[in-house]
Design a protein around this ligand. Structure first.
Ligand SMILES: Nc1ncnc2c1ncn2[C@@H]1O[C@H](COP(=O)(O)OP(=O)(O)O)[C@@H](O)[C@H]1O
Ligand SMILES: [Mg+2]
Length: 171
């Protein structure tokens, strides 16, 4: 298949066993997203939107099918591969804050860079720059949900956002 598109899912299935019932959350989904596309997924509750986002975001693994992102089939990655993929390529914009409340804004922004083995001085510089980009350069304590989501979306290769988050892109 053509995997040159930025994101391409092919024959994607995600089934959940619920007691004796099998829930077919996704049943043969095909989709293509080009770099720079801004895509919204709409559908009734329970139609599989979140399931699809979790799969593209590397938070879940499909029952079968292919998920090509930037040249790699992430459906074929193991747990370690998926963890690296999430760290390097994916930004999640959750509906709730998911910030660490005991940390300052600066520490929250620096935190994922610790796992990416960025050295302290560079971490601090990059966090400061990111906060300045969203007008939070002089802040040290808890900050708004909106500003953090914008900061997350601004630097990422592939932001993945659920429901209400669309407001935070200003579209
Ligand atoms: N972890 C899970 N275990 C069992 N069933 C699930 C799970 N996640 C989702 N489902 C089911 O899959 C279907 C699609 O759910 P979901 O992707 O959350 O839909 P949407 O986001 O469009 O509302 C629903 O029937 C839901 O109950
Ligand atoms: Mg949902």
């Amino acid at each position: 298949m053509n995997n040159l598109s930025f994101i391409r899912v092919h024959a994607l299935h995600r089934h959940f066993q619920m007691g004796t019932e099998m829930v077919h959350a996704l049943d043969g989904v095909d989709a293509t997203i080009e770099q720079g596309d801004f895509m919204g997924i709409v559908g009734p509750s329970g139609s599989g939107k979140s399931t699809l986002l979790y799969l593209i975001g590397g938070l879940d693994q499909p029952t079968s099918g292919e998920i090509w992102v930037d040249g790699t089939d992430i459906a074929a990655l193991d747990e370690n591969g998926l963890a690296q993929y999430r760290q390097k390529s994916i930004g999640f914009i959750f509906q709730s804050f998911n910030l660490i409340p005991t940390m300052t804004a600066m520490q929250n922004v620096e935190f994922p860079m610790i796992f990416a083995r960025v050295l302290p001085q560079e971490r601090e510089a990059r966090a400061k720059q990111a906060l300045e980009m969203v007008g939070l350069g002089d802040s040290t304590s808890s900050q708004t949900n909106r500003a953090f989501r914008r900061a997350a979306a601004a630097r990422l290769h592939c932001p993945v956002a659920g429901e209400q988050s669309r407001h935070h892109f200003g579209r």
